[in-house]
Ligand binder design. Structure first.
Ligand code: ADP
Length: 450
């Protein structure tokens, strides 16, 4: 095992990684920007170094600076968390060049899944079902509208370089196509500097079901079951749970096997997530693979009893995964809600300022709270305005839903607007309790939720 690692991240995920490292007796190095001098993750690590001004591009995303600190402090490996440099193949390669281990997959695997179009083509070749659509090189407007007509409306226009729901538009009819295409291109260009688009059949009321996979460097790869992340707002996840309600054992097995095949096809190592859309007929389609730890990984940890960060470290250090992972059982049900400093009454605009009062329910065996901020900390414009993740566990789903509602009701925050009330009303919807989940849930219940 490593004796020292650097965590190239901030907020709740940096805190969460440091916790596991400390439990394993691995010494930790944190990095922080000028805006994060008082941040929890910096205080918690064994050592912490300031690396630049608040904008991430000049601090958390500055590859040369991050590596220089890791080298100077004698870190043997770097954990990238999620976001920031976690899916940057150049960073993974730079770590190796500097003689350090990148705690994640090889650069080639990151590259394979880096573009949605390339990833889809690759998966189709590996026999993984993909949503019917067009993911070719040719990008002329008339070519794209011909392809859209072929696919059949409604059509989803998606930025190949996209993420976080950006650069994604639905064209309901041929008349709308060019206008939506222009809109998607504009957004993709400003967000990702890349206007390449792919087209997909827009599925009606699908579920977002993703499989957690884990591979080691000895050729073993296992599924750690799935998560249902259908409760989304504007294609961004709001509530996630494991296992996905109502899946037959047979479908679960098939989705797991498909996800493992996808990972093996690209020589994957470490923790990864294969995202699928699942329709009402039990057909599922590959959307993308996230080559990192996901925000929602704690629900999988609850139902498997595994610490995924611990296994990321072990695999990165060369250890093989236990063969027993082929026969894991699902234990109970876990649900996560993302608590954000954002204002539901004002278009969910991020809310910045000091968190002058922060009361979260008390954590325990059935309630886990992953947070990167403490009372008095600032939510700034520079980073993701997440306050905490509330994760509950119980023997069955309905008990877990009740626990989550109760936990959300106990949240009290002053200083910044937040979505606790919105989440509480969401979990109180009878259709949520009845697990009637699909990606249109929030839109359909809008009137009741605001
Ligand atoms: P991003 O990387 O921007 O998050 P994804 O490709 O992962 O984009 O899609 C995000 C969400 O958009 C999905 O979880 C789903 O709700 C919706 N979505 C994506 N593709 C389709 C599709 N073909 N039909 C219907 N909904 C889709």
């Amino acid at each position: 095992m490593f004796s020292k690692i650097l965590i190239a991240n901030r907020g709740e995920i940096a805190v969460r990684v440091i916790r596991t490292a400390q439990r394993m007796g691995v010494s930790t190095v944190a990095i922080y920007s000028e805006a994060d001098r008082e941040a929890w993750h910096a205080a918690m690590a064994d050592e912490a170094y300031e690396i630049g001004p608040p904008p991430a591009a000049q601090s958390y995303l500055d590859i040369a600076k991050v590596i220089a600190v890791a080298k100077a402090r004698g870190a043997e490996a770097i954990h990238p968390g999620y976001g920031f440099l976690s899916e940057n193949a150049g960073f993974a390669a730079a770590c190796a060049e500097a003689g350090m281990v990148f705690i994640g997959p090889p650069p080639s695997a990151i590259r394979s899944m880096g573009g949605k179009s390339e990833a889809k083509a690759l998966m189709a070749d590996a026999g993984v079902p993909v949503v019917p659509g067009y993911h070719g090189e040719e990008q002329a407007d008339d070519r794209l509208s011909e392809e859209a007509a072929q696919i059949g409306y409604p059509v989803l226009i998606k930025a190949s370089a996209g993420g976080g729901g950006k650069g994604m538009r639905v064209a309901a009819t041929p008349e709308m196509f060019l206008e939506e295409l222009e809109g998607a291109k504009r957004e993709a260009l400003s967000s990702f500097g890349d206007a390449r688009m792919l087209l997909e059949k827009y599925l009606l009321r699908p579920r977002h079901v993703e499989v957690q996979v884990f591979a080691d460097s000895h050729g073993n790869c296992y599924s750690l079951f799935e998560r249902d992340c259908s409760i989304q707002r504007r294609h961004q996840k709001v509530i996630e749970e494991a296992p996905a309600p109502g899946l037959s054992d047979e479908l679960r097995r098939r989705m797991g096997q498909t996800a493992v095949a996808a990972a093996l096809a690209i020589g994957y190592v470490g923790a990864g997530t294969v995202e699928f859309l699942l329709d009402g007929n039990g057909d599922f389609y590959f959307m993308e693979m996230n080559t990192r730890l996901q925000v929602e990984h704690p629900v999988t940890e609850f139902i498997t009893g595994l610490d995924l960060v611990e296994w990321q470290l072990r695999v990165a250090a060369g250890e093989a995964l236990p063969a027993g992972w082929a026969n894991l059982d699902i234990n109970g049900h876990a649900i996560e809600a993302r608590l954000y400093a954002e204002d539901p009454a004002n278009g969910f605009l991020p809310s910045t300022g000091p968190v002058s009062h922060l009361r979260l329910p008390e954590a325990g065996p059935n309630l886990r709270i992953d947070s990167g901020i403490r009372e008095g900390d600032q939510i700034t414009v520079h980073y993701d305005p997440m306050i905490a993740k509330l994760v509950v566990w119980d023997l069955d789903r309905i008990s877990a839903v009740r626990r989550l509602s109760k936990a959300l009701a106990e949240v009290a925050i002053c200083g910044v607007a937040n979505n606790a009330g919105f989440l509480e009303r969401l979990t109180a919807q009878p259709e949520f309790a009845a697990a009637e989940l699909d990606t249109g849930f929030i839109e359909r219940h809008e009137r009741l939720l605001f």
